[in-house]
Ligand binder design. Structure first.
Ligand code: TGC
Ligand code: FAD
Length: 388
């Protein structure tokens, strides 16, 4: 009996339209040409390739679900499919696109003044400028409401002091969206690279997301003009509104990492012979592969459902939490199971599986840990907050 491609098992292609399929195929072939041949080396050496940014921009993937200012203005499902294909190559690549489009650009697009939009969005969309998003601090991760970074007025200017931790693209960014406490509550500020008092250093010795830059930002009495503040955001709802966008991309991206693990493992299991037969022919192996394929397809359908809700304008934050919690948790489980099927080969970078598993450890933590999403769903179900 001929083997069925795992991607065709459920007939998912019938659920997306021609334009969505075309975007997915375009991203997939970009990744095949420009990322897959190099990703082993980038991950091993800890390289996040800055030169890819304009190419990704030229494809229209940066801020692709936003409209105007050089953004592609696609629907949410197309954005999700792009995230899926990017993360099938490496979570670091999807992370770059998520932070640029959904956190940096979205914060400006949603909350910025017209001048801020004109100044930054076209360059960020083209990938000729890089953005980052500083919410987390060394002592405030899951609970950003306690942040210590502070902005105080000095005449017409603002003075920012504090530090931000674990910031993707931090040291390569041309502009940082920095969230800070003010007398009026939490507000966002655009801090250009090179502003006196604003420095960064990269997090060393990472075992995960090695093809992505992760940095600490330090703000030592950074003086900014009055118009550096994002006028449309006040309170924690500002940054959390951006997180909804990026978390939506992760819902799809995690499925891409899972698919790549599954495809690599199916190929390996079909050719690896033990006890005189391919290991794919053993019932225990098939049970694992079937369970992985099942969770992969359930995750994909969940992502599509959330995408259709987003496109209809009715997606709620707790629904995004359902998707992020499930799809990242299941993707890690798939990666670990696949790693086992690969035996000793599974521990090397020759196969993508342990690289994905290691990356997914970060994905499990950032954009709200699994516990944060469980508590968000629990709050929605019971009406009671158990965060504090
Ligand atoms: P809470 O009282 O619940 O809410 C405060 C205000 O925010 C509003 N809100 C939201 N608005 C939009 N979207 C959401 N998802 C929102 N959730 C809450 C809420 O209505 C309220 O508004 P208002 O007007 O009444 O003031 O706040 P809380 O302090 O109890 O915290 C809630 C909690 C724990 C869920 C939140 O703090 C949280 O999500 N924590 C996790 C932090 C997090 O995810 N950090 C991510 C940092 S960025 C990152 O990781 C990038 S990695 C990117 C990559 O490389 O891909
Ligand atoms: P903590 O909040 O200290 O949590 C530690 C543990 O305690 C977790 O298991 C958590 O679930 C649990 N916990 C916390 N509170 C509760 C509770 N109420 N009930 C039960 N359990 C709880 N941040 C940015 O702002 N911008 C970025 O670009 C960015 N990029 C990142 C890139 C990487 C590679 C990583 C690893 C992180 C990044 N982050 C970024 C930070 C990320 O969002 C935080 O790591 C995350 O929010 C968790 O915060 P924390 O690490 O301080 O863990």
């Amino acid at each position: 009996m001929p083997a069925t491609d795992v991607t065709e098992l459920l007939g998912f292609d019938h659920l997306i339209d021609e334009e969505e399929r075309l975007i997915q195929e375009t991203v997939r072939s970009f990744v095949e040409d420009r990322v897959r041949p190099n990703i082993q080396e980038w991950f091993a050496e800890g390289i996040s390739p800055r030169e890819l940014a304009p190419e990704i921009g030229a494809l229209g993937l940066l801020g692709m679900h936003l409209s105007g200012y050089g953004c592609a203005g696609t629907n949410a499902v197309s954005y999700g499919l792009a995230c899926l294909e990017l993360e099938a190559a490496d979570s670091g690549l999807r992370s770059f696109v998520s932070v640029q489009g959904s956190l940096s650009m979205f914060s400006i697009w949603r909350y910025g003044s017209e001048e801020q939009k004109q100044e930054w969005l076209p360059r960020l969309a083209a990938g000729t400028a890089i953005g980052c998003f500083g919410l987390t601090e060394p002592d405030f991760g899951s609970n950003p409401s306690g942040m210590r970074t502070r902005a105080v007025r000095d005449g017409g200017d603002w003075i920012l002091t504090g530090s931000k931790m674990w910031i993707t693209n931090g040291s390569v960014a041309d502009v940082a969206t920095v969230w800070a406490q003010t007398e009026e509550g939490i507000r966002g500020f655009l801090v250009p690279r090179g502003t006196p008092g604003f420095t960064s250093s990269d997090v060393p010795y990472k075992l995960s997301l090695r093809a992505s830059t992760t940095s600490e930002l330090s703000l030592d009495e950074v003086r900014l003009p009055g118009d550096a503040m994002l006028p449309g955001a006040q309170g924690l709802g500002g940054p959390l509104g951006c997180l909804n966008e990026a978390r939506f991309g992760i819902v799809w991206g995690a499925v891409g990492a899972a698919r790549d693990c599954l495809e690599a493992t199916l190929e390996y299991a079909g050719s690896r012979v033990q006890f005189d037969r391919p290991i794919a022919g053993f019932q225990l192996t098939q049970a694992k592969l079937a369970d992985c394929a099942l969770e992969y397809h359930k995750g994909l359908l969940l992502a599509l459902h959330l995408g259709r809700l987003k496109d209809s304008g009715s997606l709620r934050p707790e629904q995004v939490s359902l998707g992020k919690l499930n799809n990242v948790r299941e993707a890690i489980e798939i990666a670990r199971t696949c790693r086992g099927i690969l035996g000793g080969s599974g521990i090397t970078l020759e196969y993508p599986v342990l690289r994905h598993a290691n990356n997914l450890e970060s994905v499990l933590t950032y954009e709200g840990t699994s516990e944060v999403h469980q508590l968000t769903i629990g709050r929605a179900l019971t009406g009671l907050s158990a965060f504090k």
